[in-house]
Each structure stands twice: as C-alpha cells, then as structure tokens.
Design a binder for this molecule. Structure first.
Ligand SMILES: [Zn+2]
Length: 81
C-alpha cells in the first residue's frame, strides 16, 4: 500500500482521524509532509485502515503501543490541537 495515495484517498472522504487521539487528518499534502502514518490492520473478516498522527507516532515510538494506550487520556491533553 502506498501511504501517500492512501492519505490522499482518506483526505478526499474528509473522515480521517487519528486512531489514538482523534485528531483530524489535515489536507493531504500537509499530512504527508508532517508524517501521518497509515496502517493496515488485518481483522478477522476485513482489513481496516487506521491513521496515526505525528504526535502519537512519536509517542508510540517512545512508549510502545501498550504505553501509548495506557497513557492515552493524559497524552491527548498534552498534544496541541
Ligand atoms: Zn494522534
């Protein structure tokens, strides 16, 4: 999957939000330049696509997925919108 194409496609629906903090996906070019991540999650029946904003991406790299989820409520208050 091409991340840039995926971001453009999701932006065109105007319904992209960060999986973790619900930050809204900005315009495609901004999302690409600021480093939004697109991930494909294989579900039992269908695969879904999730978005990760640059802030959560950085925290996930620091804390790991579990740490990020555990601290999510605190983190979302720290991330500037
Ligand atoms: Zn986020």
């Amino acid at each position: 999957m091409d991340v840039h194409d995926a971001l453009r496609a999701i932006c065109s629906t105007n319904e992209g939000y960060c999986w973790y903090c619900d930050r809204k996906l900005p315009a495609a070019e901004e999302a690409i330049s600021t480093g939004w991540e697109v991930k494909r999650i294989e579900g039992e029946r269908v695969a879904s696509i999730i978005l990760i904003c640059p802030g959560c991406r950085r925290l996930k790299a620091e804390l790991g997925e579990e740490g990020l989820l555990r601290n999510l409520s605190e983190l979302t208050s720290r991330i500037p919108f």
